[in-house]
Design a binder for this molecule. Structure first.
Ligand code: FCB
Length: 441
């Protein structure tokens, strides 16, 4: 790692990120059933049928994990609260043990001099709400705002920042159109409704929690660069369609109060009636925008029904999932986001990291040179954007720990700290030590 804290502007924040279902262990502490438990229960949805029942057992190992965070020399920790842990039925009765856990988490961060960066939803929808239609049901906007208020009433006085819904594209398109994440639907009407209701829930919650006095509120989108696979007009059009669905729908809704024509061409007739009237709520002002960035895709024209694009394997080095490493996409997204959507609003890279090809050394060390190179190259891309005047104010590594990587189960590892999922022993990898040195104050 060549870069250090000194290569970034004064006050630039370094952080690490995790999420509740991926690390806590939802079998513990009175958490309710989530739609990920349901999804994982169907053979074939998740590698080896794994779920988040135990995960990293973070629920019982909180102090050990917070010590690891502190040892990484980061300034801020991006964690999420679990809707199902706090409201096992999605609404109504609060599980006080759940709130107590997040209270201890926030106090544990503050005691170690770390800023708590809260995300309110990182995908663990209570099954009871999924039964009522989940993100397809317009009422979810108010259910989510009520849940957000319960959280803020307990820890809002001590968190540094609050984000609403992690990665609308994953919650909407990946989960309702591709069917690769819970609830595993493949239905265009469900997709259109979910995508719109996610943004409506975001805006409704922003208004509700501002009313509790909360400040430093943000939206977090995952963006993926779309490159045409060849010079043909058909591939160019396919890449534009992909970009519109993946990136521009959510950024456009949040910051322009409009959806791109290239998406409306497929989704408009499936959107809930009166959708145009919701933009006043959807564009409720936020204080910052977070970008999660990992990779790009190569696109060409596909078969079948809209959106008729196909992904083609690219030539660049890949992570262990097969995602290409393409740091220029991060720089270009930071520039484009500033130029086309957010202007002077502070930006944060709220997730970036690599499922590396970790190798266990004879001395027990974990060699993840490729992860270190990946992080270094993406930090360099952030610097290039800063040099162009983009107001990027922080970078969060995904992730502190190896964890439940959704449909990839425990097989794909993004952590700076290795977790043995049999013994739950934590072992810092070489990247952990390199980052701790780079982030030293
Ligand atoms: C993001 C998710 C995060 C993790 C990383 C690898 O899409 O927010 O939970 O799965 O990808």
């Amino acid at each position: 790692m060549n870069l250090t804290r000194a290569d970034f502007p004064e006050g630039f924040l370094f952080g690490a990120a995790t999420s509740s279902y991926q690390i806590e262990g939802h079998a513990f502490g009175g958490a309710g059933r989530t739609h990920w438990d349901d999804f994982a229960a169907t053979p074939g949805n998740v590698v080896r049928g794994e779920d988040g029942a135990i995960a990293c057992d973070h629920y019982h190992r909180l102090d050990e994990d917070l010590d690891l965070l502190q040892g990484l020399n980061v300034d801020v920790y991006r964690f999420s609260t679990s809707w199902a842990r706090v409201l096992p039925e999605g609404r109504g009765q609060v599980n006080s043990e759940g709130l107590d856990f997040y209270d201890r988490l926030v106090d544990g961060l503050l005691a170690r001099g770390l800023k708590p960066a809260l995300t309110l939803y990182h995908w663990e929808l209570p099954s009871v709400l999924a039964d009522l239609g989940g993100w397809r049901n317009r009422d979810i906007a108010q259910w989510f705002a009520d849940y957000a208020t319960v959280i803020m009433d307990r820890i809002g006085d001590r968190v540094w920042s609050t984000a609403t819904i992690n990665e609308p594209w994953c919650v909407g398109w990946l989960s309702h159109f591709v069917g690769a994440h819970a609830p595993g639907l493949r239905d265009i009407r469900a997709t259109a409704r979910a995508m719109h209701h996610i943004l409506l829930a975001h805006g409704t919650a922003v208004q509700a929690i501002r009313a509790t006095g909360a400040t430093n509120l943000g939206a977090v989108c995952n963006l993926e660069w779309a490159t045409p696979a060849d010079d043909s007009p058909a591939s160019k059009a396919a890449a534009e369609r992909y970009d519109a669905i993946y990136n521009r729908f959510f950024m456009g809704g949040l910051f322009k109060g409009a959806y791109p024509d290239l998406v409306l061409e497929g989704l408009e007739q499936h959107l809930p009636s009166g959708w145009q009237n919701d933009f006043g709520t959807i564009t409720s002002p936020v204080d910052w925008c977070g970008i999660n960035y990992y990779t790009r895709s190569l696109l060409t024209e596909g078969e079948g029904a809209w959106p008729r694009y196909a992904q083609v394997e690219g030539p660049l080095p890949k992570n262990s999932i097969g995602w290409e490493t393409y740091p220029d996409g991060l720089r270009d997204f930071l520039l484009r986001t500033r130029d086309e959507y957010t202007g002077d609003l502070p930006l944060y890279v709220t997730e970036n990291g690599m499922a590396a090809h970790d190798k266990l050394g004879a001395d027990g060390s974990i060699d993840d040179t490729d992860r270190q190179a990946y992080i270094g190259d993406h930090l360099e891309a952030v610097r290039e954007a800063i040099r162009e005047g983009v107001p990027v104010q922080g970078y969060f590594l995904w992730s502190l720990l190896d964890n439940y990587e959704w449909a990839f189960g425990y097989e794909k590892r993004f952590g700076a700290v290795h977790v043995d999922f049999d013994t739950l022993k934590r072992s810092p990898k070489n990247s952990y030590h390199a980052l701790a040195a780079a982030f030293r104050r």
